[in-house]
Ligand binder design. Structure first.
Ligand SMILES: [Zn+2]
Length: 170
């Protein structure tokens, strides 16, 4: 558990979001660097961490402690496609780094170089089809403006809302 977080650094608490997300500095920097490495084509990765647990207020605490770049993707201007090899490589990387099974995939991440922070219709369908836990999130980084968003479910899967993502310059 990273003890650097104080209540003031917790993401905004809407009353109906299903999760609160903590993102450690190391995966944040790694994913920001990944985003900045590709200013034309989209790029992608995954945030991982311990299996989320329910807080007393009913939200799940999602603590991203590590990240994995996505491999074997088809990255283009305006789209990124995950292949079967993408999922296999990510699961292999998690199993290799954490043979005790202590972390799970928490969020998929992709970039929108120069065109804003949102989930496209295709992004929403990827999220619905492959990330079926209520604590799964989708992260979008925009390297041109150095900004981003984490998208999570409302309670009871009642829609998807944007949570805060703070781009750190370090
Ligand atoms: Zn997208």
């Amino acid at each position: 558990m990273n003890l650097m977080y104080t209540p003031a650094t917790l993401p905004h608490h809407g009353e109906d979001e299903a999760v609160t997300v903590l993102l450690d500095d190391r995966p944040r920097r790694a994913m920001q660097a990944l985003a900045l490495s590709s200013m034309l084509f989209e790029t992608a990765g995954f945030l991982v961490g311990p299996r989320p647990y329910k807080l007393p207020d009913g939200r799940y605490l999602v603590h991203a402690t590590d990240s994995i770049p996505a491999e074997h993707t088809i990255c283009k201007e305006g789209s990124v496609t995950f292949t079967q090899d993408t999922w296999r490589a990510a699961n292999d990387a998690i199993a290799e780094r954490y043979p005790d099974g202590s972390v799970v995939m928490l969020s998929w991440l992709h970039t929108h170089p120069g065109y804003g922070v949102f989930l496209s219709g295709l992004d929403v369908s990827i999220h619905r089809n492959f990330f079926t836990q209520i604590w799964h999130t989708a992260t979008v980084l925009e390297p041109h403006r150095r900004t981003g968003g984490i998208f999570g479910w409302r309670k009871n899967f009642a829609g998807i809302i944007r949570l805060r993502f703070v781009w750190h310059w370090r």
